[in-house]
Design a protein around this ligand. Structure first.
Ligand code: AMP
Ligand code: MG
Length: 316
């Protein structure tokens, strides 16, 4: 039986990272919560107002309209239909995707869209596809077929490119560019599992990773001066079938959910798209190889294993 739990996923996603901006005194933030990119968006703007919130939401909407696989006239659906696009949002996401695909030995692959489409995680008709269906869809995968020439991004014939693993982090990058120009001093932006901690005026942000096993407490906390943090977890978009949990982060070797003994990986990195791509890649690679990948990017990570062990790598 397929247990649909998108709502649970949204709630968990929003609850996973608890931010305690306790170091800013005498400056109450403007707080705004919304829904976009298929997830919960929350904004805490120190010195900002509803106009800033509306402008940030418009940016998120613009990115979603470019990057969505479900909006039929999105630039991404256009790329998947015609094999090419000059949309800048897609080009910027593709650059990060190809870089992390190469450095992860293909563990990260944004061309698994046809396979993900079979599983349909996060939707009511999610299911375990037949083996031959997966094998057929896997033939279209291969990030090596993506190319960028003269400002035009192309993909292989019949490929389904899917930026689900970088899109939310990328949105945080675009919002940072907005904040840089806005005069807002400090902010915490959360787009699903990707967060931006903006501004250094305080003594650092306390970031709490909530226990993915549901105790309601933090399983780990760390101080971040500023930057981007993303989490990938097997509890996010998943369903149970005959007692087996199937989740949305796929192994490009098999087309089945990656099983590396992890429940979640949280990554802090220099850009949002990078933190998002790395958290997904580390989940697929597992702890040992994931740790090495983080070192290559001078990024930090918190790996939570299925047995509850928490291991921290890098400078946090
Ligand atoms: P995230 O929650 O950031 O880890 O991204 C997971 C999403 O990325 C999935 O819902 C798929 O859309 C896509 N995806 C699944 N497996 C992979 C993979 N191995 N590499 C890149 N993207 C993936
Ligand atoms: Mg990701």
């Amino acid at each position: 039986m397929c247990v649909y739990n998108r709502l649970t996923a949204l709630i968990l996603c929003a609850a996973l990272l608890l931010v305690l901006p306790s170091c800013i005194k005498g400056n109450e933030p403007f707080i705004f919560t919304s829904v976009g990119m298929g997830t919960v968006i929350s904004l805490k703007l120190y010195g900002g107002d509803e106009n800033n919130a509306a402008e940030i939401c418009a940016l998120i909407d613009e990115i979603e309209r470019a990057s969505s696989l479900t909006i039929e006239d999105s630039a991404l659906c256009g790329l998947n239909k015609t094999g090419q696009t000059d949309n800048l949002h897609l080009i910027r996401q593709a650059e990060v995707c190809v870089d992390v695909a190469e450095s992860s030995g293909g563990a990260f692959d944004c061309t698994l869209g046809a396979v993900s489409g079979l599983w349909n995680f996060g939707h009511e008709d999610c299911r375990v596809p037949a083996e031959d269906e997966i094998a057929a869809a896997m033939k279209y995968a291969g990030y090596e077929k993506l190319a960028l020439n003269d400002g035009v991004l192309t993909c292989g014939e019949d490929q389904t490119v899917d930026f689900g693993a970088v899109g939310k982090g990328y949105a945080c990058d675009v919002i940072k560019e907005y904040l840089d120009a806005s005069g807002i001093q400090n902010a915490v932006i959360s787009v699903g599992g990707s967060l931006l901690f903006y501004g250094e005026k305080n003594a650092g942000w306390t970031v709490g990773i909530k226990d993915p096993f549901g105790s309601g407490k933090n399983i780990f906390t760390f101080i971040l001066r500023q930057g981007f943090v993303s989490t990938s977890g097997s509890y996010e978009r998943c369903f149970e079938n005959d007692g087996i949990l199937y989740h949305h982060i796929l192994s490009p070797d098999s087309g089945y959910p990656a099983r590396t003994g992890l429940v979640s990986v949280t990554v802090a990195a220099e850009s949002g798209a990078l933190s998002d791509a790395l958290s997904t890649a580390c989940f697929v690679l597992g702890e040992e190889k994931g740790k090495e990948l983080l070192e290559r990017y001078s990024a930090s990570g918190v790996f939570i294993r299925e047995d509850g062990t928490v291991n921290v790598y890098g400078d946090i």
